[in-house]
Write a protein that binds this ligand. Structure first.
Ligand code: ACO
Length: 359
């Protein structure tokens, strides 16, 4: 029997108690709680607690003092390298050699530190020194502290933009980066290895890198004032419209709904052009694929919300990684508790047996 499924679409690889998006896209729930109830009610670090500990308290801790060695200012690359390095610097033990409580504590330390690394890398990118700890300590929430560390100041609207974005993107079932984290965890590797592997998987434009490509699209449409032509030209070159389509959802992504509302509430100057492009894109995609629903995904309005916080496009994959530390940590613990070495098979379709001289 040939059971090969390209992209593993529809293959159920795990059972999870954390979250899994439903295909119709009505809602996204973390441990049963709708994200609509969380946004504006509790800050991101408590959502981390909900996902990882199934308890808002104590939530994600503050990062401990640590100086990354050589930040380049390329935040996704810095984050991946530094997270892997932390395993050695902190002497993290392999998951097979520790209990779930120790794994949780390692992941809490890592999660907090990963946010700090991104903020510091962003400061380096801007040619600035990251703010000292006493300045950062004035912040009340993880989002405020992140902005303080990066820029030395934190505008409340920008804090709200980042906090909302992080909550909406904290966890989303078995996406590519979470799968990567679980695969790594299933080998018994340490938590730093599992988290840094996930960062690499997230950096691609088909997963976490899409917002970086949304803003240039909005800029172009703003300059021409003609979203229909932009979309038509792109599709005629077989290009993909970033921020549309999803492997799971066959309806509007619930996160997109929350983020669009937030962008409006925060007075984003890009909302008008974004809505015009969204309308043109949805119409063109409906025409192109009448039998396949391609709707707005989380990345489209993420780009608009992150723009309110003046997050430059090339930093957006790392901002996504900051948010997703919660989901990855929760899945790594679940994998440790319930998992088994992940080792699927491939269907061999290469040459049959032959002599070396035939090559
Ligand atoms: N623009 C243009 N065409 C599209 C788009 C799009 N955004 N999305 C899907 N299609 C087309 C594909 O070209 C393909 O056409 P073909 O059959 O003629 O080759 C068809 O629809 C099916 O595409 P798949 O890639 O098989 O569909 P899938 O549902 O698996 O795709 C994906 C999901 C990869 C996200 C896709 O929609 C895409 O590339 N979107 C743009 C990138 C993006 O926004 N990524 C962020 C995703 S959200 C996240 O990761 C958090």
């Amino acid at each position: 029997m040939n059971s090969f499924k390209p992209g593993l679409e529809g293959v159920v690889a795990f059972q999870t108690e954390i979250a899994e998006p439903d295909r119709e896209g009505g809602a996204l729930r973390y441990r049963g709680v709708d994200i609509e109830e969380l946004v504006g009610e509790v800050p991101y670090e408590k959502v981390w607690g909900l996902l990882v500990d199934e308890n808002l308290e104590p939530g994600m801790p503050d990062p401990e003092a640590y100086e990354p060695v050589s930040l380049t200012g390329n935040a996704p690359a810095d984050l991946q390298a530094e997270t892997a390095r932390l395993s050695a610097v902190w002497g993290l033990k392999k998951l097979v050699d520790i209990d779930a409580e120790q794994a949780r504590d390692d992941l809490a330390r890592l999660s907090a530190q990963m946010m700090s690394i991104v903020a510091k890398s962003a400061a380096v990118h801007d040619g600035r020194q990251p703010a000292p700890d006493d300045v950062v300590a004035q912040g009340q929430t993880a989002a405020e502290k992140f902005l303080l560390r990066w820029r030395g100041e934190a505008d409340p609207k920008q804090v709200q933009a980042i906090d909302t974005y992080w909550i909406c993107t904290a966890e989303h079932g078995l996406n590519a980066s979470t799968f990567t984290a679980r695969i790594t965890a299933s080998t018994g590797a340490d938590c730093g290895a599992a988290m840094s592997a996930a960062v690499g998987a997230l950096s691609g434009p088909l997963h976490g890198g899409a917002p970086a490509r949304v803003l240039p699209m909005l800029n172009e449409v703003a300059s021409t004032g003609d979203p229909e032509s932009y979309v038509r030209d792109l599709l005629s070159r077989h290009g993909r419209i970033m921020g549309f389509g999803h492997r799971v959802y066959r309806a509007e992504d619930p996160r997109s709904r929350v983020l669009k509302r937030t962008a409006k509430e925060l007075g984003s100057p890009r909302i008008e052009v974004a809505e015009a492009l969204e309308e043109a894109a949805l119409a063109a995609l409906r025409e192109l694929k009448p039998d396949y629903v391609i709707a707005t995904n989380v990345e489209f309005y993420s780009a608009v919300v992150l723009d309110v916080a003046e997050v430059p496009p090339d930093l957006t994959p790392a901002m996504f990684a900051c948010a997703r530390v919660a989901g990855w940590a929760a899945h790594i613990i679940e994998e440790k508790r319930t998992g088994r070495l992940i080792r699927p098979s491939a269907q061999y379709i290469g040459p049959t047996s032959r002599a070396l001289s035939a090559v």
